[in-house]
Write a protein that binds this ligand. Structure first.
Ligand SMILES: Cc1cc2nc3c(=O)[nH]c(=O)nc-3n(C[C@H](O)[C@H](O)[C@H](O)COP(=O)(O)OP(=O)(O)OC[C@H]3O[C@@H](n4cnc5c(N)ncnc54)[C@H](O)[C@@H]3O)c2cc1C
Length: 541
């Protein structure tokens, strides 16, 4: 080769590493969350997730987007989506490890932490296939509202078998479920749903209805069934809409088209029209929101775990690059300004994991008030931080970070979606205020969580006092500043969780970088990197 083609100072691709074993913070949370029994599975999945082959599957599943087939060659309506084999392989890997079901089949303590850790690894390879596994996992508490539906569906939904065939449920070895609430005229405000359900007989819980209307966003449209909302005379109600009818005919809905998404493209999302489609009522008519919210609460939990995973992978990519790339005579990781940026990414990622895992422990411990309040706070804040972190990590890699052959481009395009779906940012903040107003135990839970860490850091102690003053005497105008409040709560909670359970140096760095009165700045890196915190860069990866 001529000398001009010699490639130097280009970091090697980050492949064939164990995504789990090289993540000390995740391992600490798994141990703390009574999930050490899952270590062999986590290490095995971590090795797969970091393997060159599986990383390539992630790229292929996004390069070759799902294709919609409305009709078969003979002109019959089939409403099928064809996925690339890489997507199917990723789905198979996730389902075989129980990412769609583990807490419902595993009776040991720590099952939500173990599953959360697996999901955290899953999103570091590829996020699109996380959508169907999340919805399938989250459907169980809503299904269980109607015991006969749960007993018919749960064995297939929780089976660790990925069976993508488009055949009636009775012929399948494993089932997946989706969720369809959003309509054209309103997504956040589901009360605006116009899709209507008429009873076939007398109606009532568990009975068959006929549903007519539309759904504007239906992700994973090849699911075997969908948990949906539709209006009945008693009000908005929750239904299970199967893909196939029990008599072996296709149910009466059509997919209109696939959404042309900017991210999450390995996973299809469709628009659906329903024409007297058969669906079974879950719970009492008119209690649709109360029943589907059991599912939505878990998909929101998954949004925070998934976004924490995206931030972790972004930080890892940035660290790897900066260790292997030099500029102006020194490795980037040794340059003081870059150290500030990297420290910020690492600390943000670890704080996101801490809050998500605290919520997972609350699920395991059935701490209902903690689950209720940590979910919207964490969903809002962690998902909102992800675009900033992925953009900054991309910049650490420089021009190559912007290229589609690097993981960062995909992480960045993926980053906003978790903030939008399952209740957008404002909706999460309003939900926090609603919980405080209607369920006073959530105020006590947050205060207890914050006070427990306050004695460990004077900055947090000051912040907790300020928060206490407002939470115990809420102002009628608090809705105007809801975002600011939820942000403060999230940061204080992250500080408290890290101080109590996390790595002490990470906790100290987080308090210095994020609590008011210290180095709090708008962009990553503004707080610099105190040399005392430099070991955190080695610890991170
Ligand atoms: C890729 C993708 C896949 C999706 N898949 C599904 C799916 O499978 N099933 C499904 O049901 N939905 C799905 N959705 C839809 C998603 O859940 C909705 O887009 C989301 O809930 C917001 O609803 P909307 O789009 O109607 O926006 P709107 O409800 O119109 O909201 C627009 C903005 O207004 C804000 N807002 C709303 N109310 C208030 C208020 N009271 N005060 C202040 N601000 C407010 C919101 O936070 C948001 O920022 C998907 C969306 C995307 C992007």
């Amino acid at each position: 080769m001529p000398r001009s083609h010699e490639v130097v100072n280009q970091p090697p691709s980050l492949v064939d590493y164990n995504v789990y074993l090289r993540d000390p913070a995740l391992r600490e949370w798994v141990a703390l969350g009574d999930a050490a029994w899952a270590e062999p599975d986590l290490a095995e999945y971590g090795a797969l997730a970091g393997s060159e082959e599986v990383i390539r599957l992630g790229f292929e599943a996004n390069e070759f987007r799902p294709v919609f087939e409305s009709h078969d060659p003979q002109g019959r309506r089939v409403d099928r989506v064809r996925y690339h084999p890489a997507y199917h392989r990723l789905m198979e890997m996730a389902i075989e490890r129980g990412i769609h079901s583990l807490p419902w089949t595993e009776e040991r303590p720590g099952a939500h932490v173990a599953r959360g850790a697996l999901e955290y690894l899953q999103h570091q390879v590829e996020s699109g296939h996380g959508c169907p596994t999340t919805m399938t996992f989250a459907s169980i508490p809503t299904l269980r509202v109607q015991p006969e539906l749960a007993s018919a569906w749960e064995p297939g939904v929780t089976a660790r078998v990925y069976d993508p065939r488009d055949v009636p449920m009775a012929d399948k070895h494993g089932l997946t479920l989706g969720m369809a609430m959003t309509e054209k005229q309103g997504g956040s405000d589901v009360r605006a749903n116009s899709t209507a359900a008429e009873p076939v007989g007398n109606g009532g819980p568990g009975e068959e209805y006929r549903v007519t209307g539309h759904k504007f966003f239906v992700s994973a449209p090849m699911s075997d069934g969908f948990v949906i909302l539709a209006q009945t005379p008693a009000g908005l109600s929750c239904f299970l809409l199967p893909r196939w009818r029990a008599d072996g005919t296709r149910n009466a809905f059509e997919l209109q088209r696939l959404k042309n998404k900017m991210g999450n493209v390995s996973n299809a999302s469709a628009e659906m029209e329903l024409f007297d489609a058969s669906a079974w009522l879950i719970g009492e008519p008119g209690r649709g929101v109360a029943n589907i919210i059991r599912m939505v609460a878990l998909t929101r939990f998954d949004c925070m775990v998934g976004s924490a995973g995206l931030m972790r992978q972004a930080a890892v990519q940035a660290l790897h690059h900066c260790r292997h790339r030099s500029a102006f005579g020194r490795a980037l990781v040794e340059q003081p300004v870059m150290q500030g940026v990297l420290l910020d990414l690492v600390v943000e990622s670890e704080a996101a994991l801490a809050l998500a895992m605290r919520a997972a422990r609350a699920l395991d411990g059935d701490e209902q008030a903690a689950v209720r309040i940590l979910t919207p706070i964490g969903k809002y804040w962690i998902c909102k931080r992800t675009p900033t972190v992925t953009a900054e990590a991309m910049e650490c890699i420089g021009g190559s970070g912007f290229m589609e052959d690097r993981l960062l481009a995909r992480l960045y395009r993926e980053a906003p979606v978790n903030a939008i779906w399952e209740g957008s940012g404002n909706v999460q903040c309003l939900d926090v205020l609603r919980a405080f107003a209607r369920e006073p135990e959530t105020v006590e839970t947050v205060l207890a969580e914050l006070r427990a860490g306050a004695s460990l850091d004077t900055g947090l102690e000051r912040e907790v006092k300020a928060i206490e003053a407002v939470l115990t005497r809420p102002d009628a105008g608090i809705e105007r500043v809801a975002r600011g409040w939820v942000e403060r709560l999230a940061i204080a909670l992250q500080a408290s969780v890290l101080l109590r359970f996390g790595n002490p140096l990470t906790a100290e760095a987080f308090c210095r970088l994020r609590l008011p009165g210290t180095h709090r700045t708008l962009l990553p890196g503004g707080g610099g990197c105190d040399p005392r915190f430099a070991p955190l860069l080695d610890r991170a990866f």
